[in-house]
Design a protein around this ligand. Structure first.
Ligand code: NAI
Length: 721
């Protein structure tokens, strides 16, 4: 056993247990930690000279961050059964149950973040003191990775604070700060950092109780247990709404949590814990938890590494950043760069326009100040780092430049040349173009090997993804520098090889176009939109088209045709609807006064009344699940094509790009993970059937059929290496 918990005993018999998992910046519930904790609980329980114990952390600012999800990610691929998975939860639950019922009082002195299993550990203690610090949070976020709190969280939290208060925390995985944790009754007391341990001792030296409320005679769940609350019609109705939303059965975790709470709170604690373990086992042995953990936790967290950073190139840092064009994108990039401490030169064609871009940052910061998330001093320092200018000479000594001027080749070429005239020879030049091939734009540069695409998403301050577009001549060193820069901005990069539409735009187009094809085929517009949302997309394809605008889609198609791109690089599926909406029906999109929807002021949008006349609905309507599958499949198929063509070389990049950039449903884990989850052979078969009914765009390529025959997944699994 390693030493993960320090043990100190005071003269009056109080044990101080400080958790400090070696070689980790933050404590996680490793098997070593769990074993050691169980042994120490026995020692406290059995020793006459020990009166009680304090559990705290030896790490600065953090108690325990929860389970190590990396241990769980491979479970499904290894073929873990539900029973085996349930045993993991049962073991942990048993040791916490022993802690709370061993007869000795335990206090959790929570010195910062306590999430998931970390909070469950605290909930098993008889008293909880939380540090009163802005960075401290407690919560049970397991639902976000498709799991449930399997160490008693679904049983203790509702028993402690009531079902009504517990359900939103369990079902949304929301974490709370100290003031709210105290108000909800999750902790008993708040204390300043230097008083935290003293307060824990003080409680133990008073008249501590070693009995949990739920083990006392006559205990009742605050607000009523499962059936009572159900009769009152409060918690479980709202809970069911939270659990199902419009995505139905795609996310099993919320319903499982609801079942644990509903069934468990009617029964004794020990039985409730067993119910929880059973549901935990089902979730951990299913594909959705694996998909969510792999994409949103492991791959997102390790994106810099997984985005195939070329090896042997030292890590770089951008100290001074230049931005050309202070419009929507330039201003957003300036804001996030100044936020992480970079010096920013924000250039536009006039000083006034550049200052407007800087004002954008000032506005965002003012909002943060209102919410109490920053201070006047920090705002001043951050804004002082953004220099608005119209003078290229200010770009000297910039390590990297992001170009975000109008989407026109000649303008982009002109600013590239002006900037290069003053930039240091080593500077990296990145274009934020959304459609123009990088290799072509690099022709305006004297140093095409230092030229790269960095495709940010709007609004920059909220969207985590950046597509790093590699041109024909882009060097490995430039790729590495660009990835380091994106990491510095705390965003997630994916690597995409230059190709029309890059990756995310190309894939999202198949979604909007498929929606338009359904419309043309007589599917009711409301059904099309529901099918998109039911699959798990944040917006339906028609509403999304209105936002992107049919005008922009039309100009992209015209450009593709002018460039004489090969057929498979053209967006043909929705072409006729787009041209008709723009040219004949004059409904070019939201920004142009309306598209598939009307946007009355002060009212929610509603489907355009003229749509029924333009695209009559057939008497026979398609099955909504098949429509959902059409969306998921056409996008996955296009992504597989991108992989086949080498536009994407790492499946994790495709998955992250689709989930973080274009709202592909998280339960799938992303576009290629969806194919793996369905099974490559099943997916190919599903596409063949769709091709028969809907047209050849669904035909899987020979390459994909080969993969299906060989049963080659996109993500290697534990069993296939
Ligand atoms: P925008 O129109 O809001 O801003 C462009 C800015 O460039 C304006 O402030 C304009 O004054 C300035 N500008 C134009 N010519 C200039 C010149 N010769 N010298 C200096 N400044 C000049 O456009 P937006 O939306 O910020 O887009 C910028 C670029 O980012 C485009 O290439 C666009 O395709 C791309 N992009 C846009 C996204 C979006 O959602 N809007 C998303 C990703 C990329």
């Amino acid at each position: 056993m390693t030493n993960t918990i320090r043990f100190e005993l005071s003269d009056d018999g109080i044990a101080l247990l400080s958790i400090d998992v070696p070689d980790r910046p933050m404590n996680v519930l490793t098997p070593d930690l769990q074993a050691e904790l169980a042994a120490l609980v026995e020692r406290v329980a059995s020793s006459d000279s020990i009166k009680g114990a304090i559990l705290t952390s030896g790490k600065v600012g953090g108690f325990v961050a929860g389970a190590d999800l990396k241990d769980f990610v491979g479970a499904y691929d290894r073929g873990i059964t539900a029973a085996q998975a349930a045993a993991i939860s049962r073991d942990m639950s048993a040791s916490l149950r022993r802690l709370e019922s061993c007869g000795k009082p335990f206090v959790a002195a929570i010195n910062g973040l306590a999430l998931g299993g970390g909070l469950e550990l605290c909930l098993a203690c008889h008293y909880r003191v939380l540090v009163d610090d802005a960075k401290a949070v407690v919560g049970l976020p397991e639902v976000n990775v498709g799991l449930l709190p399997g160490a008693g969280g679904t049983q203790r939290l509702p028993r402690l604070i009531g079902i009504q208060a517990a359900l939103p925390l369990l079902l949304q995985g929301r974490s709370v700060k100290p003031a709210e944790a105290l108000k909800l009754g999750i902790v008993h007391e708040l204390a300043d950092a230097d008083q935290l341990i003293a307060r824990a001792y003080a409680w133990l030296r008073g008249t501590p109780s070693a009995e949990q409320p739920w083990d006392r005679k006559g205990y009742r769940v605050p607000g009523g247990a499962g059936p009572l609350a159900a009769h009152a019609g409060v918690s479980f109705t709202s809970g069911t709404a939270l659990a199902t939303g419009s995505t139905q059965g795609n996310y099993p975790a919320p319903l499982a949590i609801l079942s644990c709470v509903f069934e468990g709170t009617q029964l004794a604690m020990d039985v409730g814990l067993r119910i929880e373990s059973k549901y935990f086992g089902k979730l951990l042995s299913g594909p959705v938890a694996r998909n969510l953990m792999r994409t949103l936790f492991v791959n997102k967290g390790a994106a810099e590494k997984l985005a195939s950073r070329p090896s042997g190139i030292p890590k770089s840092r951008v100290g001074k950043l230049g931005i050309l064009g202070a419009g929507m994108m330039g201003a957003g990039i300036a804001h996030v760069a100044a936020q992480v401490g970079m010096q920013v030169v924000l250039l536009d064609s006039t000083l006034e326009l550049a200052q407007k871009g800087r004002d954008y940052s000032a506005r965002l910061l003012a909002r943060e100040l209102k919410k109490g998330r920053t201070t006047g001093e920090r705002i001043e320092a951050q804004l002082a780092r953004i220099k608005a200018t119209a003078d290229y000479a200010d770009l000297d000594a910039c390590d990297l430049v992001v170009e975000a001027v109008f989407e026109q080749r000649d303008i982009k070429a002109a600013v590239t040349a002006s900037a290069e005239a003053v930039l240091p020879a080593s500077a990296t030049f990145a274009s934020n173009t959304s459609t123009l091939p990088i290799t072509g734009l690099a022709k305006a540069s004297k140093r095409p090997q230092q030229f790269i695409g960095l495709h940010f998403f709007s609004p920059v301050e909220r969207m985590p993804l950046v597509e790093v577009i590699v041109g024909e001549q882009t060097s490995d060193e430039t790729i590495a520098k660009a990835l380091d820069f994106v990491g510095q901005l705390r965003k997630t990069p994916i690597i995409v090889h230059d190709s029309p539409g890059f990756f995310t735009s190309r894939v999202i187009m198949t979604y909007t176009h498929e929606g338009m094809r359904m419309l043309e085929d007589g599917v009711a517009p409301a059904l099309i939109e529901s099918a998109g949302r039911r699959a798990g997309f944040p917006v339906g394809p028609l509403a999304l088209s209105d936002e992107v605008t049919m005008a922009l889609m039309q100009s992209i198609i015209k450009q593709q045709e002018a460039d004489a791109l090969p057929e498979h690089h053209r967006s043909t599926t929705g072409r006729s609807v787009i041209f008709r909406m723009v040219d004949e029906l004059k409904r070019a999109g939201r920004r142009y006064g309306g598209g598939f929807y009307d946007y009355p002021e002060q009212e929610p949008k509603r489907l355009w009344s003229g749509l029924a006349a333009a695209y009559p609905t057939s008497a026979e309507q398609a099955d909504i699940d098949e429509l959902s599958r059409r969306f998921l499949s056409i996008m996955a198929l296009e992504s597989a094509r991108c992989f086949e063509e080498g536009v994407i070389t790492n499946p994790a990049d495709a998955d992250l790009g689709s989930v973080l950039g274009i709202g592909y449903p998280t339960w799938t884990g992303g576009v290629l993970s969806y194919i793996d989850t369905v099974g490559v052979a099943n997916f190919v078969e599903q596409c063949r059937r769709l091709a028969e009914r809907c047209g050849p765009r669904f035909l899987p390529s020979t390459w994909l059929q080969e993969r299906a025959r060989a049963a080659t997944n996109f993500h290697p699994t534990a069993s296939t290496g």
